[in-house]
Write a protein that binds this ligand. Structure first.
Ligand code: 5GP
Length: 194
């Protein structure tokens, strides 16, 4: 017997949350232990940080190139985040979903809103810090941004935390291990949905 879900497309999971909440860490840990999900690498105009690899962490590109891709309609969504452009390439996501595989995006709230308009059936997960103070110490602790950039990110975070009601799931990132466990549980449960 063939159930409907078996023949359907993969699920699109959207993971959002304020800067420095630990999305990258949670996602890397998830991808390490759960192989049935495919990560969509975003394009960005921001400078690569030490240790970041083109095509793995991001597709790093000039603003000119990014804008030409917008014109060609090659992004599912794009947004200006903390003064840089970020976008999700359309082709990879569409093809992977069509092949029945789950795809996960790690994008900001503006981007998640756009995805919701074209992928109503997407699964929207919000990762939140235990508190704003905790977020502040994490972002300072990371030490990758200038003071001005940190201030912008904290200001944005305050606004972003108010958007949680737009999401299907909320995960408080108190400990990476717990957050990963919850994210994995959500993904697996959604796969079993009738
Ligand atoms: P970071 O510069 O710290 O890697 O990322 C900054 C912010 O941009 C994070 O909130 C991250 O989720 C978001 N971001 C990363 N890729 C994308 C994307 O493709 N689209 C959008 N809208 N935001 C993204």
């Amino acid at each position: 017997m063939k159930y409907k879900k078996e023949s359907s497309k993969g699920n699109l999971i959207v993971l959002s949350g304020p800067s420095a909440v630990g999305k990258g860490t949670v996602l890397s840990a998830l991808l390490e232990e759960y192989k049935d999900i495919y990560y969509s690498v975003s394009a960005t105009t921001r400078e690569a940080r030490a240790g970041e690899e083109n095509g793995v962490d991001y597709f790093f590109m000039s603003t000119k190139k990014f804008k030409s891709l917008i014109k060609k309609n090659e992004f599912i969504e794009w947004a200006k985040v903390h003064n840089n452009y970020y976008g999700t390439p359309k082709k990879y996501v569409e093809e992977t979903l069509a092949n029945g595989r789950d795809v996960i995006l790690e994008i900001d709230i503006q981007g998640a809103k756009q995805v919701k308009e074209c992928f109503e059936e997407g699964i929207f997960v919000f990762l939140a810090p235990p508190s704003l103070d905790e977020l502040e110490s994490r972002i300072y602790g990371r030490g990758t941004e200038s003071k001005k950039a940190i201030e912008t990110r904290l200001e944005n975070a305050n606004q972003e935390l108010k958007q949680v009601e737009e999401y299907d799931y909320l995960i408080i990132n108190d400990q990476v291990k717990n957050a990963v466990k919850k994210l994995k549980a959500i993904i697996i449960a959604e796969k079993c949905k009738v």
